[in-house]
Design a protein around this ligand. Structure first.
Ligand SMILES: Cc1ncc(COP(=O)(O)O)c(C=O)c1O
Length: 428
């Protein structure tokens, strides 16, 4: 342990909020990274266990008779939450699967262009590149206006790159490396006026920002429910606009493909059964969608989101003040995650830090966990795909903090102190 730690650290870890008892989180870790994988409350895990017991008590009856009505109920609850028609929703295990379902279903010709920002999630960029290589299509990567791009700049940057060859635009609703809320409605509108469909990757959307899928009108939207709604892992949706459903098949082809049923659309028949699996995550959605609101006096999702946004802002303020920087995002582009730039070291120190081994993107993250028991991502901005033609300017490292109902302001103060100690140690 660095000698400075003995003096600089508070004697004990900071308490989370009083609501943390609803989660199973390890009390020896200060969890400030809800954004990466979410965390599921005890009552939801209990509901999943109940469903698993029902499944295991009579597996054949469960899959043949009970599953469909349970799925219908879960899908209806989700449709009300997302303001869409439940017939246009499919459950998928995660947003990665939602993105790949669309990319693998659509047909691209050589020379077709797929447009995306360089701040798209790495896994989804990989999916784009894979599909493009298979079809001779081209992925056109556009520089994301960061830091401090306005909504208008963000919308203009991507839509002005549309050409007559553009077939699809992939857009993160909230970017992963920069935690920025993108103006999805405006981008979808502008793209559609030029005949380009949008695949909206709202991995961080549900439970974090209000979603009205009908009003957004994207051809394709995927979103995770295991992040900000706190559903069990493997709970996500894919929404396909009715006029595009004939183009889309699930990643796994199963009985629905030749079902003789006529009471449901082919899209539903294909999406609803993709082989034997544990669907306790999606089936728990009616309970999931009621649980977080029930923890606050106002008992609404609006209150949950407002609480988390305000806490993330407060946390960013605490960190920025301690580090002598400013939060990277204006309030209207930030959500339940906030991004705080770390002060820049000189080039020699930066080069040494970049070379340090890490399980994450930066060894500072490992040290914060090992020495201070804080779980928080330290992100380095992705470089523009065409090497460093447009290198990012400004601070290269940011702390991306999350705020969920179990977090407390003192946890961000604790992180600020830990960061000061570690940043000072990096220069030694
Ligand atoms: C923008 C974005 N897209 C997709 C994903 C992938 O989510 P999952 O791992 O649940 O598929 C993430 C995960 O953080 C993300 O931030």
């Amino acid at each position: 342990m660095h000698p400075a730690l003995h003096h600089a650290l508070p004697p004990a870890l900071p308490n989370p909020s009083a609501l943390a008892s609803h989660w199973m989180l390890d009390s020896s870790v200060v969890m400030l990274n809800h954004g990466s994988f979410g965390a599921t409350p005890r009552v939801i895990l209990a509901r999943q266990e109940q469903l698993r017991q029902q499944m295991e008590a009579e597996p054949v009856g469960f899959f043949v008779e009970a599953l469909e009505p349970l799925l219908d109920t879960a899908r209806s609850a989700l449709a009300a939450f997302l303001a869409c028609d439940s017939d246009d929703l499919a459950f998928v295990p995660n947003a990665s699967a939602g993105v790949s379902t669309i990319l693998r279903s659509l047909r691209f010709e050589p020379g077709d262009e797929i447009l995306a920002f360089h701040h798209e999630y790495n896994a989804c960029k990989n999916a784009l590149l894979h599909i493009a290589r298979q079809n001779g299509a081209r992925v056109v990567i556009v520089r994301f206006p960061f830091p401090a791009g306005s909504s208008e700049q963000i919308a203009h940057a991507i839509t002005s790159a549309i050409t007559p060859r553009t077939r699809l635009l992939l857009l993160s609703h909230i970017t992963s490396p920069s935690a920025t809320l993108c103006p999805a409605a405006e981008i979808i509108r502008l793209a559609q006026t030029q005949g380009v469909d949008v695949l909206l990757d709202s991995a961080h959307g549900p439970g974090n920002i209000p979603l009205d899928l009908k009003a957004l009108g994207a051809a394709y939207t995927t979103g995770n429910l295991h992040k900000w709604c706190c559903a069990g892992k493997g709970t996500a949706f894919l929404h396909v606009r009715r006029d595009r459903q004939h183009l889309i098949s699930p990643l796994i082809i199963s009985h629905g493909a030749n079902s003789k049923r006529t009471d449901r659309s082919r899209f539903r028949l294909e999406a609803d059964f993709t082989g034997t699996q544990d669907l306790s995550g999606p089936l728990s959605l009616p309970e999931v969608l009621q649980f977080l609101p029930s923890l606050l006096p106002a008992a609404s999702w609006q209150a949950v989101m407002a609480h988390n946004h305000a806490l993330a802002q407060q946390g960013a303020g605490i960190l920025a003040a301690a580090l002598g920087t400013s939060p990277a995002l204006p309030r209207h582009l930030a959500t339940s995650m906030a991004l705080v730039p770390l002060p820049r070291h000189d080039d020699a120190v930066e080069a040494r830090l970049k070379a340090m081994p890490t399980r994450y993107e930066d060894a500072l993250q490992d040290r914060l966990l090992q020495r201070h028991r804080v779980q928080v991502p330290i992100l380095r901005m992705p470089q523009f795909e065409s090497e460093t033609a447009f290198p990012d300017t400004g601070p290269t490292r940011h702390a991306r903090i999350s705020a969920q109902l179990y977090n407390s302001p003192s946890q961000y103060s604790y992180l600020a102190e830990a960061l000061k100690v570690e940043l000072a140690a990096e220069c030694e």
